[in-house]
Structure formats: structure tokens, C-alpha cells
Design a protein around this ligand. Structure first.
Ligand SMILES: NC(=O)c1ccc[n+]([C@@H]2O[C@H](COP(=O)([O-])OP(=O)(O)OC[C@H]3O[C@@H](n4cnc5c(N)ncnc54)[C@H](O)[C@@H]3O)[C@@H](O)[C@H]2O)c1
Ligand SMILES: O=c1ccn([C@@H]2O[C@H](COP(=O)(O)OP(=O)(O)O[C@H]3O[C@H](CO)[C@H](O)[C@H](O)[C@H]3O)[C@@H](O)[C@H]2O)c(=O)[nH]1
Length: 324
């Protein structure tokens, strides 16, 4: 397939691009490098530096690439920032995404696969979470993703554009070549690793009084290569709809810290801090629909191997991509 990857210079996009190329597909990456890294783009891919906001450049890029499928990773991703700058999130994650859907329709692209998030569920009542759970985001980031899912539903109904929204839980891990290098970093596993590397004085645990066995929040960490696999399966599938993607295992913040200690063999300071506003106590995925319908088979079953892959990448890339 010829595949157009918007946001392919970012963390999940770079790993997915490599995965698609390894499976014999032709990839064009379109990224404005607002947050990603040029050197995170596999040299076998064709790279176009462009912003989704620039509808003309985007239109030209899709006309030239003639993709059969589009994967749409390009978005702003920080929950905290979305509560301070909601307009920035709705403009990019919703408004600019519409340019991509319009271009897809104009150029006869069959399908778009969209990066959605567990944040569409807000504070879910039922754990594990199925796709039928009530969707009531509690932050502007999650709302922007839910809005774009709905917009894709309308493009499907009115223009015949097929779509799959993939609601990732917590993406983690790395491939040999590509990994997570966000600036600023807000995600738990890379932050703990910074503490293990001595690049940060300590790791703060946000809240120890949640209704969970050890009082800290529980999340479902899913390896980035397992996410990559799901994107290809979704492109090959001709139906439209949304799927959760998670391992189905919950790990508390304390348990993740212990895992990083065990994997790295390093000790570091841990501080018990206040809750971070807007954090649900527990997010665990029921991903049986993706397994049954897409034939998705995650390969990384335990948190140790996910953390180990991230640590291996960091040891090989001590400065990350080194450009920011
Ligand atoms: N990381 C997670 O745990 C997680 C969880 C759920 C969903 N997601 C979603 O997955 C996607 C990828 O996440 P990530 O962690 O790789 O993020 P990332 O920030 O590393 O990558 C996003 C990429 O999109 C690019 N981009 C953003 N806006 C753009 C625009 N208007 N035009 C062109 N390029 C633009 C950025 O430059 C960056 O390279 C995002 O849509 C995110 O919301 C991520
Ligand atoms: O320094 C830190 C950072 C995080 N945490 C805790 O670790 C857990 C995981 O936090 P992350 O920030 O790594 O991830 P989130 O679960 O908040 O959010 C992630 O997953 C969501 C979906 O579940 C969204 O998609 C979002 O984009 C993505 O960042 C949370 O309980 C958080 O409070 C800490 O204790 N200390």
C-alpha cells in the first residue's frame, strides 16, 4: 500500500512508519516538526515538512503521494496544556484535522486511521473499559479527540471515507531505532528513566490516596510496536468504527517505578506529591473488539519487556534525537 503518515516524525508515528516500511509498504511522512524530530523519520520514507493548517501544501502532498490509506497522528498531546490553552488544541486537533479529511475525500483515499485516546472516556464507571462505555472527556485534549472521531463519522456517512479511530491507552516502549523523546516530557515511564539516569533529581508520584490497592493511579501500558501493528490491520480492514488498544493489564505508578528500578538496576529519589488534577484512578482497556475484528495480537505482554525496550533505546540514544 501507499500510506500517508501525518505526524510521522513523532513518537508513535516514527515507530509505525518503520513498521510499515518493514512490512513492504511505501510511506510518505507529512510533519511540521512542531514536536517531532527529522531524524526520527526512517530514511526509507519520503518526508515532506508541512503543517496540516496549510491546506495547499497538504493537498499537493496528497496529490503527489496518491495514498490508498492515511494514518493521522498529527496533534497536540499534553492534557495539562489543553486545560490552559483549549483553543490551541481544538484548532489543531479538530480544525487542522478537517483539512486532512477534506484532502482524503478530494483525492479518493479509501481509509483514514486516526489516533484517538482513552481520554475520550473521562472518568469511566466500568473497568475494564469497552468501547460502549460512556464518553465524557474531562479535559480539552480528550474532547478534541472525541470531536474528531465524530467528524470522521460524518465524513464516512456523507462522503464514504472509511475510518478507524484507535483509542490508545498509555503508549510506551521503543524499537531498536526509534523511541520517545518529547520536550517537555510529561509521560511517566520516560520521566522515571530520567531520574534513573540522574537527569532529574527525583520522580514525583502524583497522589497516594486513590482507591487502588497501593493508593496510586493504575494505567494500562501498551507497547508502541503493538500499536503500529494495529494501524496496519486497521488500514487493511474496510469497516469503520472505533477500537480500544491496551494490554488489558493495570499497573500502579508505584509498580511502574519498581519495574524501572529492577530493569535499570538504578536507584533514585521518589517523592510522594499531591494528585494531578484530572487523573482518573484507574484506566484499563478491554481490547477484545480489536482482537476479534482486526485480528490484533499484541506481542509485548508484560510491563518488564515494555520498560526494557524503552531503557535499551535510551541507553543507545542518551541525548534522545539530540535536536531540541
Ligand atoms: N503518547 C501516548 O501515550 C498517546 C496516547 C493516546 C493517544 N495518543 C495520540 O497519538 C498521536 C501521536 O502521539 P505521540 O506521542 O507520537 O505525539 P508526538 O507529539 O510525539 O507526535 C505528534 C507529531 O505530530 C506533529 N504535528 C502536530 N501538529 C501538526 C500539524 N498541524 N501539522 C503537521 N504535523 C503536526 C508533531 O510535529 C509531531 O511530530 C497523537 O495524536 C496523540 O494524541 C498518544
Ligand atoms: O511525573 C509523573 C507523571 C505521571 N504520573 C502519573 O502516572 C500516570 C500516567 O501518567 P502519564 O502522564 O504518563 O499518562 P496519562 O495516563 O495521564 O495520559 C496518557 O494516556 C492518556 C490516555 O489514557 C492520554 O492519551 C494522554 O495523551 C497520555 O498522555 C498518571 O497516574 C500520572 O498521575 C506521576 O505520578 N508522576
Amino acid at each position: 500500500m501507499r500510506i500517508f503518515v501525518a505526524g510521522g516524525a513523532g513518537y508513535i508515528g516514527s515507530c509505525t512508519t518503520e513498521y510499515l516500511l518493514n512490512h513492504g509498504h511505501e510511506v510518505t511522512v507529512y510533519d511540521a516538526l512542531l514536536n517531532g524530530h527529522r531524524t526520527a523519520v526512517d530514511p526509507r520514507a519520503h518526508f515532506i515538512q508541512g503543517n496540516l493548517a496549510d491546506a495547499t501544501t497538504l493537498d499537493d502532498a496528497i496529490a503527489t503521494a496518491k495514498p490508498e490509506g492515511i494514518i493521522h497522528f498529527a496533534a497536540f498531546i499534553e492534557v495539562g496544556e489543553s486545560m490552559k490553552l483549549p483553543g490551541k488544541y481544538f484548532a489543531n486537533n479538530v480544525g487542522n484535522g478537517i483539512n486532512l479529511a477534506e484532502a482524503a475525500v478530494k483525492h479518493g483515499v479509501r481509509k483514514i486511521v486516526f489516533s484517538s485516546t482513552a481520554a475520550v472516556y473521562g472518568m469511566p464507571k466500568n473497568i475494564p473499559i469497552t468501547e460502549a462505555e460512556v464518553k465524557q472527556p474531562i479535559n480539552a485534549y480528550g474532547e478534541s479527540k472525541l470531536m474528531f472521531e465524530k467528524i470522521l463519522g460524518w465524513f464516512h456517512a456523507l462522503k464514504g471515507l472509511q475510518y478507524t479511530a484507535l483509542r490508545y491507552f498509555n503508549a510506551a516502549g521503543a524499537t531498536e531505532k526509534y523511541g520517545e523523546d518529547h520536550s517537555p516530557e510529561t509521560h511517566l515511564i520516560p520521566l522515571i528513566m530520567q531520574a534513573a539516569e540522574g537527569k532529574r533529581e527525583k520522580i514525583s508520584v502524583f497522589g497516594t490516596d486513590y482507591d487502588t490497592p497501593d493508593g496510586t493511579c493504575i494505567r494500562d501500558y501498551i507497547h508502541v510496536l503493538d500499536l503500529a501493528q494495529a494501524h496496519l490491520l486497521a488500514l487493511e480492514n474496510h469497516d469503520s468504527g472505533a477500537f480500544n488498544l491496551g494490554s488489558g493489564q493495570g499497573h500502579s505508578v508505584k509498580a511502574v517505578i519498581d519495574t524501572v528500578r529492577a530493569v535499570t538496576g538504578k536507584d533514585f529519589k521518589v517523592e510522594y506529591a499531591e494528585r494531578r488534577p484530572g487523573d482518573p484512578a484507574r484506566l484499563i482497556s478491554d481490547s477484545s473488539a480489536a482482537r476479534a475484528t482486526l485480528g490484533w495480537k499484541p506481542q509485548f505482554e508484560d510491563i518488564e519487556s515494555i520498560v526494557a525496550s524503552a531503557w535499551k533505546w535510551r541507553c543507545a540514544h542518551p541525548k534522545g534525537y539530540g535536536d531540541k
